[in-house]
Design a protein around this ligand. Structure first.
Ligand code: MOS
Length: 735
C-alpha cells in the first residue's frame, strides 16, 4: 500500500508532546556554563568605554567578552557574505554600533542567574548617536541592490510608457507594509562545545550543512572540524536560515572558558540581531482597457536594509509572472537604516508583493466594475509571461473555480458596503496566491538493518513542518516497507548534504534523494534474495520480484516470499545500504515551475467600531502531489493564519528617535490567537507535477501566507468602501 498522500500522524509527535524531543538549549552537558548576550542601547555610534570590573569580579563569572578582549577573527570577522547561511555579523571586532539591540558583549557564568546579574553590572558608555531611521527621508537616496535572489532588480518588457497610456482606466497607488519580526515559539538558542580543534554546536537551524560551512568561515577553521546538531526546531520561518552573531559568539566564548556554553536569546533579542521582514513601500501603476485587458503595469519597490549589508525584499518578482501583460516594468531600491539586517521571512517578496499587486488588481476591478475574479481570468497567463516558457503544470484556473464554488463567490454583490446585516458590514474579497517551486541538490542514504527495519537519513531539517513524517512515507513506499518499520534521521551536519529548509524546497529536493537511495537499497535486497539458494525466491528474475510490507515477494505468486531480515541473516547479517544524490536536470531551461492558489475571504466589520473579524477563509492550492494530507494542510493553514496576522495585526513599531522596537515582546507584537481565526477551508488539487521531480511534489511551506493579506484588504474594501493600502489594517484606518 502506498503511504504517500495518507494523513499519517507525525512520527515525532509523541516525542514532542511528552518532552522527549531535545531542542537546542536542552542537551545535557557536564560543567555547563551559561551565557547572556548584552545588546546595544543606541542605534548608531561608538562604544566610548566599557567598564567590566564589577561584572568580572562577581561570583561565578567566567568571562566578560567585549570588543576589548574578544579573540580576533580572520578578516575582522567578515568573510564574504553569501546568503542564506553567511551574513554580516556583530562579533565584537570593533567599537562600532550600527543598530539598537546589536550584540556588544557576552557574559558567561556558572549559572544563568549569575550571568544575568553580571550582565546588568556592565557599564557601557556610548559616543553621541546620530542614527538614520527615517524611511521617507532616506528613500530619496535609495540604491539598487547589486544582486538579488529571484531575478534581476530591474526588469522591463515591451514599451512601458505606451502600455500605460494604451489603457482607458488607470490605477496609480502606493502600498506599504511594516517591519515585522519572526517569532517562532522557540527563540534562537545555541550550545557550543570544543574537543581540541573540533567544535560541536547544538543549534536550532534551517540549514545544518550551510551552518557548518559558515561557522568555519567566521572562525577560520576547517568545516571538517565543525559539527552542527539540530534534530528539532521549534519553528523557523526564515530567521533560522542564516548563522547569526550569537552562534559564533557562543563558540568563541566556549573556546575561551574551556567549557560547554549555552546561550538562549531572550524574546526582545528576536527583534533586530536575527533578521526580520523590512518595511516596503510599493508604487503600482496598472492600465487596462474597458474589457479588463491589461495593457501596462509598473511595480516599483522600496524596502529598507541595514547600513552594513544589502538585503532585498523582492516584492516585484511575482508581478513579472502572474498576469499576461505585454508592457511591464519592475524596480527594487534599498533604503539603508540603522536597524538590524532584514532577512528571509515566510515568502519574502511574495507576501508583501502579493498584497500590493492583488490589492491593485482589486482596485482595477472596482474601477472597471468587473468582478475581481473575472478580471484575473481575463489576464490569465497561459505561459510564463516573463520567461516565455510553458509552465510545468499550472492549475490556477481550477483553483479559482473550486475556490469560488466552495466559498459561494456568486453570492457577492458587486457594490461595496452593500451586504450589511444590522451593525455588521459583510465583505467578500479574493486574491491569487503564488510561490516559485525551488529545488536544489540533496543526498540521502537508506539502510536496511538485520532486524528487518530501515534507517533512512539526510542532513535536512524539520522546522515543525513534518519533514520526519513525509520523508518516512517517501522512504517506506520506495523500500516497500510499512512506515512503522522505517525511521528517518535529519538535523545533523554529518549526514549526507541537503539544502537549507528555505524557499519551500525541502520536500522537492530531499524527497527525490530519499526515493532513489531507498530504491537502491530495495534493489540490492531483491538481488541478494534472488541469488540466494536458501530463499524461496531463488532463481527468479529480479524483474518478477518486489518488496511489499517488508517482505521480498514474487509479483505473481504471493506464497513465494521471504522477510527482509531472513535475507540479510543468510547473507551474513550486514546492513544493506543505498545512497543517492539527486538534482535537477535541464528541465528548468524548458519549463517555468510555480505553485498557485486562490484565496477567498469573508470579513465582518462593525459599522460603528471598525473592528474586523475574519469568520471564513477558503483557499485552494495547486502544489503538485501532496505528500501528507494532515501535515500538508496544517502547513498551508498555518500560512493562512499568519496571513491574517500580517493583514490585521502584525508590525514592529520602530521608535524614530532611538531606533528601538517599542513592542519587542509577544504581548505587544500582535499575532493571531485562536479567537482571531474563524473557519479555514483548505483544499489541494493534488495534480502531480512530474516535470518537476519524480514525486510530482512542489513545496508548500510559503505559498499559504501569500495572497491572504490582499484578500482580506479587498474584503475590507468590499465591506466598508474604504481602501486601506497600509498594513496592518487596524480599526482606525477603516473608520
Ligand atoms: Mo523561508 S522565509 O525561505 O525559510
Amino acid at each position: 500500500m502506498n503511504t504517500i498522500g495518507q494523513p499519517l500522524d507525525r512520527t515525532d509527535g509523541v516525542l514532542k508532546v511528552t518532552g522527549g524531543a531535545k531542542y537546542a538549549a536542552e542537551f545535557p552537558a557536564a560543567q555547563l556554563a551559561h551565557a547572556v548576550l548584552v545588546t546595544s542601547s543606541i542605534a548608531c555610534g561608538r562604544i566610548a568605554s566599557i567598564d567590566a570590573t564589577r561584572a568580572e569580579a562577581m561570583p561565578g563569572v567566567l568571562l566578560v567578552m567585549t570588543s576589548r578582549n574578544a579573540p580576533r577573527l580572520p578578516n575582522g570577522g567578515e568573510p564574504e557574505v553569501s546568503p542564506p547561511a553567511q551574513r554580516r555579523l556583530s562579533l565584537l571586532q570593533t567599537d562600532e554600533v550600527r543598530y539598537d539591540n546589536e550584540p556588544v558583549a557576552l557574559v558567561v557564568a556558572d549559572t544563568l542567574e549569575r550571568a544575568v546579574d553580571a550582565a546588568g553590572h556592565l557599564r557601557i558608555e556610548y559616543a553621541p548617536p546620530s542614527p538614520t531611521l527615517d524611511f521617507a527621508a532616506t528613500k530619496a537616496h535609495g540604491h539598487p541592490p547589486q544582486s538579488m535572489i529571484g531575478g534581476k532588480p530591474d526588469t522591463l518588457r515591451g514599451n512601458i510608457e505606451r502600455g500605460l497610456s494604451a489603457g482607458s482606466v488607470r490605477i496609480d497607488a502606493v502600498y506599504t507594509t511594516p517591519m515585522e519580526h519572526h517569532n517562532p515559539m522557540e527563540p534562537h538558542a545555541i550550545m557550543a562545545s570544543w574537543d581540541g580543534p573540533r567544535l560541536t554546536l547544538y543549534d536550532t537551524s534551517q540549514g545544518v550543512g550551510n551552518a557548518r560551512k559558515a561557522v568555519a568561515a567566521f572562525l577560520g577553521i576547517s568545516p571538517d572540524d565543525v559539527h552542527i546538531v539540530s534534530p528539532f526546531v521549534g519553528g523557523g520561518f526564515g530567521c533560522k536560515g542564516s548563522v547569526w552573531s550569537h552562534v559564533v559568539l557562543c563558540a568563541m566564548a566556549a573556546r575561551q572558558v574551556g567549557r560547554t556554553v549555552r546561550l538562549a536569546l531572550t524574546r526582545p533579542q528576536m527583534f533586530g540581531p536575527v533578521g526580520g521582514r523590512p518595511r516596503t513601500e510599493q508604487h503600482l501603476v496598472l492600465a487596462a482597457r474597458e474589457d479588463g485587458t491589461l495593457t501596462g503595469m509598473r511595480h516599483d519597490t522600496y524596502s529598507n536594509t541595514s547600513t552594513f549589508e544589502d538585503w532585498t525584499e523582492t516584492s516585484g518578482v511575482l508581478t513579472r509572472m502572474l498576469y499576461e501583460v505585454p508592457n511591464l516594468a519592475t524596480t527594487h531600491r534599498l533604503v539603508p537604516l540603522n536597524v538590524g539586517t532584514p532577512t528571509f521571512m515566510r515568502a519574502p517578496g511574495e507576501t508583501t508583493g502579493s498584497f500590493a499587486l492583488e490589492s491593485a488588481m482589486d482596485e482595477l476591478a472596482a474601477a472597471l466594475k468587473i468582478d475581481p475574479l473575472t478580471l484575473r481570468l481575463k489576464n490569465y497567463a497561459e505561459i510564463d509571461p516573463q520567461e516565455r516558457k510553458p509552465w510545468s503544470s499550472k492549475q490556477l484556473r481550477e483553483c479559482y473555480r473550486v475556490g469560488a464554488e466552495r466559498f459561494g463567490w456568486s453570492k457577492r454583490v458587486h457594490a461595496p458596503r452593500s451586504m450589511r446585516q444590522g451593525h455588521t458590514l459583510i465583505g467578500m474579497g479574493m486574491a491569487t496566491a503564488t510561490y516559485p517551486a525551488h529545488r536544489s541538490e540533496a543526498a540521502a542514504f537508506a539502510r536496511i538493518l538485520p532486524d528487518g527495519s530501515a534507517v533512512v537519513a539526510s542532513g535536512t531539517q524539520d522546522l515543525g513542518t513534518g519533514t520526519y513524517t513525509v520523508m518516512t512515507q517517501v522512504a517506506a513506499d520506495a523500500l516497500g516497507f510499512p512506515p512503522d518499520r522505517v525511521s528517518f534521521a535529519l538535523g545533523d551536519s554529518s549526514l549526507p548534504n541537503a539544502p537549507v529548509s528555505g524557499g519551500s524546497q525541502s520536500v522537492a529536493s530531499v524527497g527525490p534523494a530519499v526515493m532513489e537511495a531507498a530504491g537502491a537499497a530495495r534493489k540490492q535486497l531483491i538481488d541478494i534474495a534472488c541469488a540466494d539458494a536458501g530463499s524461496p525466491l531463488h532463481g527468479m528474475s529480479t524483474a518478477d520480484v518486489t518488496v511489499v510490507d517488508g517482505w521480498v515477494v514474487a509479483r505473481h505468486d504471493a506464497a513465494r516470499r521471504d522477510p527482509a531480515a531472513a535475507v540479510i541473516a543468510r547473507a551474513g547479517g550486514r546492513p544493506i545500504e543505498g545512497r543517492a544524490t539527486a538534482k535537477r536536470g535541464d528541465e528548468a531551461q524548458r519549463y517555468a515551475f510555480h505553485s498557485f492558489g486562490a484565496v477567498f475571504v469573508e470579513v465582518h466589520v462593525d459599522a460603528e467600531l471598525g473592528t474586523i473579524r475574519v469568520p471564513r477563509v477558503v483557499a485552494v492550492y495547486d502544489v503538485g502531489t501532496l505528500l501528507n494530507e494532515k501535515t500538508g494542510k496544517s502547513q498551508l493553514m498555518g500560512g493562512i493564519v499568519w496571513g491574517i496576522g500580517a493583514a490585521l495585526e502584525e508590525a514592529s513599531e520602530l521608535d524614530p528617535r532611538y531606533g528601538r522596537f517599542v513592542n519587542a515582546n509577544l504581548a505587544e507584537y500582535h499575532v493571531p490567537v485562536n479567537a482571531d481565526v474563524g473557519t479555514i477551508d483548505v483544499s489541494v488539487l493534488n495534480v502531480p507535477d512530474p516535470r518537476f521531480n519524480a514525486l510530482g511534489a512542489r513545496g508548500i511551506g510559503e505559498i499559504g501566507i501569500t495572497g491572504v493579506p490582499a484578500a482580506i484588504a479587498n474584503a475590507v474594501y468590499h465591506a466598508t468602501g474604504v481602501r486601506v493600502r497600509d498594513l496592518p489594517i487596524t480599526l482606525d484606518k477603516v473608520l
